[in-house]
Design a protein around this ligand. Structure first.
Ligand code: TRP
Length: 431
């Protein structure tokens, strides 16, 4: 029986702005809640390479990275329980981007919505189609695919506008698998229907690009002022109000319990004054945000602490990315020449002569692994472990020829072949 493997969730936030209520309700809060599910692994990151595509203000990117990271942590994300990192701290991501670039049709990228929208804007303005279109914008979906499949993510929670990018990531993963063997899981977008798009001050989707946002951790007086600016109709106090299409009501609902929402619905029907409804909304938001504000401000005032958390997170992410990238480099032919396997046609045969690890579970409920020579003879037989993770960790250490791991297997070794040289062979083959 093989070890049940966790479902991997992954999502990123582009670091171009100050976190607002829309980011909190749509991305931050759901990922914090989701990260507590058992049987999952969660990868959350700051997409600062993506930020470069739309922002050429270095100080803004730096500030936004700090604020979004602080916001995630202040909202309850536990960096020890998830993989929490900054995209640009994982050099394997741009490296994989190039491998994917080489298996991605230009035609696929021509169809990306964001790129097409830029062309359409130019056409409407009578400009050259390529005006202000960077190669970065064109390549955006490839970088995003690398983010996702670098960690073999299964599920990618995103807003509707990003679904096409996940489909493209699937296409790229499938092309790579087709050419070089099964390396990648095919990711799927997850759209949480219960996370309604939060309307902004003017009733359109809350978005920095519409300049209609309510800042998340601004001083209460400023939040109160912004809430006062939410567009309402002109019904007077005492006149019944419509909840349908009321941005104020929808924002309230995103923070309130079912009972609280029902109470506001009733108050609308009974003709609550807009000013009073705004006060209720302010109080409800303030109640949720205030306990987090202090932690947020402490983090933003101490960027070194956030920096340290992100660096630790990147190290953890790279325990996955580095060995996987070695496997991918080998797969495409970026190889150690000293481990030359002979002419290309013999690659398959050469692979078949390598020993293989097998992980399994026995009737005693414990987890085991063994190493079999290509002819099926037993080289190593591990002891039983209580957790299914341990065999995987030891195998990864062995492939890196970690001396501690090599010492550990000495008692389990069952062959005349020398353990260290077998491990070396596996490591060089990027097995
Ligand atoms: N492009 C996403 C956005 O703007 C952010 C992002 C970058 C992302 N890489 C990702 C989201 C990978 C999910 C998975 O919203």
């Amino acid at each position: 029986m093989s070890t049940p493997s966790p479902v991997r969730f992954l999502t990123g936030i582009t670091t171009t702005g100050t976190p607002h209520l829309g980011n909190y309700v749509g991305a931050i809060r759901p990922t914090v809640q989701a990260s507590r599910r058992a049987g999952t692994e969660n990868f959350y990151f700051l997409a600062d390479y993506h930020a470069l595509i739309k922002c050429d203000e270095p100080a803004r990117i730096q500030r936004s990275t700090l604020e979004i990271a602080a916001c995630w942590i202040a909202s309850g994300l536990d960096p020890d329980k998830v993989f929490f990192y900054r995209q640009s701290d994982v050099p394997e991501i741009p490296e994989l981007t190039w491998l994917l670039t080489c298996v991605t049709g230009k035609g696929l990228l021509n169809r990306a919505h964001a790129y097409k929208a830029a062309l359409d804007r130019n056409a409407a303005a009578g400009a050259d189609p390529d005006t202000d279109v960077t190669a970065g914008l064109f390549m955006y979906p490839v970088l995003m695919a690398a983010d996702i499949i670098m960690f073999n993510a299964h599920k990618v929670p995103v807003g509707r506008d990003q679904v096409q990018h996940i489909e493209m990531a699937r296409d790229m993963a499938a092309s790579f698998n087709h050419l070089y063997g099964e390396h990648f899981a095919l990711p799927e977008a997850v759209i949480d229907e219960s996370v309604a798009l939060l309307p902004g001050l003017d009733g359109r989707k809350m978005s920095k690009s519409y300049d209609n946002t309510i800042a998340l951790f601004a001083p209460p007086a400023q939040i109160r002022k912004q809430i006062a600016g939410i567009v309402t109709d002109s019904r007077a106090p005492g006149e019944p109000k419509e909840t349908e299409g009321s941005a104020l009501f929808q924002i309230y609902q995103a923070f309130a319990s079912d009972e609280e929402t029902a109470a506001l619905r009733k108050a609308y029907a009974e003709g609550i004054a807009w000013g009073d409804a705004k006060q209720l909304l302010f109080e409800r938001i303030d109640r949720e945000i205030t306990p987090m504000r202090e932690r947020y401000q402490a983090l933003v005032a101490n960027p070194a602490e956030v920096e340290a958390i992100l660096r630790t997170g990147a190290e953890k992410a790279r325990t996955r990315a580095t060995p996987f990238m070695a496997e991918l480099r080998h797969a495409v032919g970026l190889r150690n020449l000293a481990a030359q396997a002979g002419p290309a046609a013999k690659d398959k045969a050469a692979k078949a002569t390598l020993p293989v690890f097998k992980q399994y579970r026995e009737a005693d409920g414990k987890f085991y692994f063994k190493l079999l020579d290509a002819d099926g003879s037993l080289l190593l037989q591990s002891e039983g472990f209580d957790s299914g993770r341990e065999p995987g960790q030891i195998i990864a250490m062995l492939k890196k020829q970690d001396p501690d791991a090599l010492a550990r297997i000495a008692a389990w070794w069952r062959s005349d072949r020398d353990a260290a040289s077998v491990m070396k062979l596996l490591a060089e083959a990027g097995n």
